[in-house]
Design a protein around this ligand. Structure first.
Ligand code: AMP
Length: 278
């Protein structure tokens, strides 16, 4: 695996690849890699000749400095994992390398930014857009691989792609879960074993909501799910049904395949998000 911290070195390497007409698949990450990330890499390996993973803990997308400071960093372990799936390139830029120049991005994400993660994490999506723009602009991949675990982020990045990067194909990948149903996340490392068991209830209530699609009234179903989690001392930030295309929150079931139920909740002071589309 070719590893570099430098944009210039990366570009030299990628230019050689594109001269040889290699297709480039790109997987942006913040590291502390787990099976969810690795699944994105595997998909890229199948669909491209050259797969690039970036690891960059982007300070601009953290609205909470404690969360940023506690974000796990385990580069050696990440390199071993990436080598085990034959990843071609690892880009490990510093903050100065990424934010070396000013940038004006003219993108209206207001409707997406006004719901769910937007108001709860002020500035988060602006930070995501800034960093993904810089990566897409630099790397110009043929395909970029994103996890549906971050459902709202997928829609924000799609808006960015539609506006500036129409040649990049976005591949949205299903959420990879523990056997218990808990969505894999780098933040799970901060949970105790007991916390992980508790956290598996998040997926259980999402499944209950999915299973009551069009059978039971939505409000009753959501209220029951909230009660189950509250009784377990799980602190819910939001739990709501929305239209999967617009993310407009809804009090009514949407058409089949257009429902998404999204949750953010705290367990042991760790903020967890999850969703199911159905
Ligand atoms: P992160 O390192 O958390 O920024 O995530 C990097 C990419 O991996 C994003 O596109 C995430 O949506 C994706 N991802 C994170 N967790 C999972 C998971 N459990 N299953 C699938 N994709 C994931």
């Amino acid at each position: 695996m070719f590893i570099t911290t430098s944009k210039t070195e990366l570009l030299n390497f990628l230019n050689q690849q594109t001269k040889r007409q290699q297709t480039l698949g790109f997987v942006p990450t913040m590291g502390a890699l787990h099976k969810g990330h690795i699944e994105l890499v595997k998909q890229s390996k199948i669909q491209n000749n050259c797969t690039i993973v970036s690891i960059f803990v982007n300070p601009k997308q953290f609205n909470n400095s404690e969360d940023f400071n506690k974000y796990p960093i385990q580069t050696e372990q990440d390199i071993t994992l990436l080598n085990s799936v034959d990843c071609d390139v690892l880009f490990l830029p510093s903050n100065n390398e990424i934010y070396s120049n000013d940038l004006e991005i003219d993108l209206n994400i207001d409707s997406l930014n006004n719901v769910f993660e937007g108001p709860n994490r002020p500035g988060h999506f602006k930070g995501v857009v800034e960093v993904v723009y810089r990566f897409f602009d630099l790397i110009q991949p043929h395909k970029a691989y994103l996890g549906l675990k971050d459902f709202q982020q997928c829609l924000v990045i799609k808006t960015l792609r539609d506006r500036y990067f129409e040649n990049i194909e976005l591949i949205f990948c299903e959420t990879i879960r523990e056997n218990s149903g808990l969505a894999m996340s780098s933040r799970n490392a901060r949970l105790s074993e007991q916390g992980k068991i508790l956290a598996s209830n998040i997926f259980k209530v999402l499944k209950d909501i999915e299973n009551s699609f069009n059978k039971i009234d939505l409000n009753g179903t959501i209220n029951k799910a909230e009660l189950v989690l509250k009784n377990l001392n799980i602190d819910i930030e939001y739990l709501s049904l929305a239209n999967a295309k617009t993310l407009n929150p809804s009090n009514d079931w949407q058409k089949k395949d257009e429902n998404v139920v999204l949750i953010a909740a705290y367990i042991e002071n760790v903020r967890l998000i999850d969703n199911i589309k159905f």
